[in-house]
Design a protein around this ligand. Structure first.
Ligand SMILES: [Zn+2]
Ligand SMILES: [Zn+2]
Length: 348
């Protein structure tokens, strides 16, 4: 195994520096309490929290920003300084700007955020519209808040707040379709995220405060696979995490369903093994097998370019690759969406 070390963390957390309710310290304490290896705070259009980056206990807290114009929100991670933009600006400008600063960019809530307005009507805002833009590294595939609110209406609001997990149905169909489509052209890393604010559900109405950080950190996490262990040194460990996210060497799991213990998905060709995120071109003539495994029994779905090609109930799946395609894995436990891998791209 070339990438034997696995760490998990939460991405897309808002603090008081934008519209979240907690200080960086509160977020760090919650992250330590829930045993996160890392947490990435991304406030709207500011890097004010960056001075607090570093290790808190055993958790590495990193700070990026959520570039938030009218449409086309994106996470800029690892950029050296704040990325300015105009309210109505198209995405390409700030993607280029972020990359010029060493940043990596991920589309956030590609199909918009559903919100309640003051009349309790649901509206969808901040969709990604610049699909022709290039240079982003990937996109959020499964976001707890975006998923949760999708089927919430004023009629079921009370039960949705009482039992939020019952409303979490997995990544949106249109998001997965778009992800698979981009994957046919080029690598597009999928991230799990929270978009947690620990704040008001309805703008300016402080009565309904939902989703404390602590509880959210036990839901959707992104697991990164690394070739070396953390040194507990901010710069080098951050670089390892950002590399894995950029290269799609990661997978998403909802920890409320269970810890994804032992989960692996890789391609084996001769004595070589290729992790998630790999793009492989020279498969012809070689025997190549996709391997999926985990410690718990679950329903494993192997997808190729958006189509289900194998389904197994058990702890492992083997598939001999004969056709190029974008291969990825979805795992369900007792019917509930649990683990989503990044793809392995087998090219012509
Ligand atoms: Zn947003
Ligand atoms: Zn956000």
């Amino acid at each position: 195994m070339r990438f034997p070390y696995e760490y998990s963390g939460c991405i897309h957390v808002h603090s008081r520096y934008s519209d979240g309710s907690g200080s960086i310290k509160t977020i760090a304490e919650a992250a330590i309490d829930r045993g996160l290896d890392f947490v990435i705070v991304t406030d709207h259009d500011t890097l004010k929290g960056k001075k607090f980056e570093g290790y808190y206990g055993s958790c590495l807290l990193l700070v990026g920003e959520e570039i938030s114009p009218l449409r086309n929100h994106a996470l800029a991670l690892n950029a050296k300084s704040h990325i300015p933009h105009h309210f109505r600006e198209r995405a390409q400008g700030y993607i280029d700007l972020a990359r010029a600063q060493g940043g990596i960019v991920f589309i956030t809530h590609p199909f918009g955020e559903s919100r309640f307005n003051l009349l309790f009507h649901k509206v969808r805002i901040h969709r990604w519209e610049d699909w022709e833009a290039e240079g982003f590294s990937g996109m959020e595939i499964w976001s707890y808040m975006i998923d949760w609110i999708r089927d919430v209406h004023i009629r079921n609001l009370a039960s949705a707040i009482r039992d939020p997990d019952a409303f979490v149905k997995g990544p949106g169909r249109e998001t997965l379709r778009q992800w698979d489509l981009i994957g046919r052209r080029r690598r597009c890393s999928g991230l799990g995220s929270l978009d947690v604010h620990a704040k008001n559900l309805i703008p300016f109405v402080p009565l309904i405060q939902v989703f404390p950080y602590r509880e959210m950190f036990d839901t959707i996490r992104t697991h990164v696979l690394l070739k070396e262990e953390f040194r507990r040194e901010k710069e080098s460990d951050a670089a390892l995490i950002y590399d894995a996210l950029k290269e799609g060497r990661c997978f998403i799991a909802n920890h409320r369903i269970g810890k994804p213990a032992g989960f692996k998905f890789y391609l084996e060709a001769g004595s070589d093994s290729f992790p998630m995120g790999s793009e492989i071109t020279s498969i012809s003539g070689r025997k190549a097998d996709l391997v999926v495994g985990m410690y718990d029994e679950a329903t494993i779905r192997l997808m190729r370019s958006g189509d289900l090609i194998e389904l197994v109930k058990g702890k492992e799946l083997h598939h001999c690759v004969q056709t190029p395609g974008v291969y990825r894995v979805e795992v369900f436990k007792e019917g509930k969406p649990w683990i989503f891998s990044n793809p392995i791209y087998v090219r012509e």
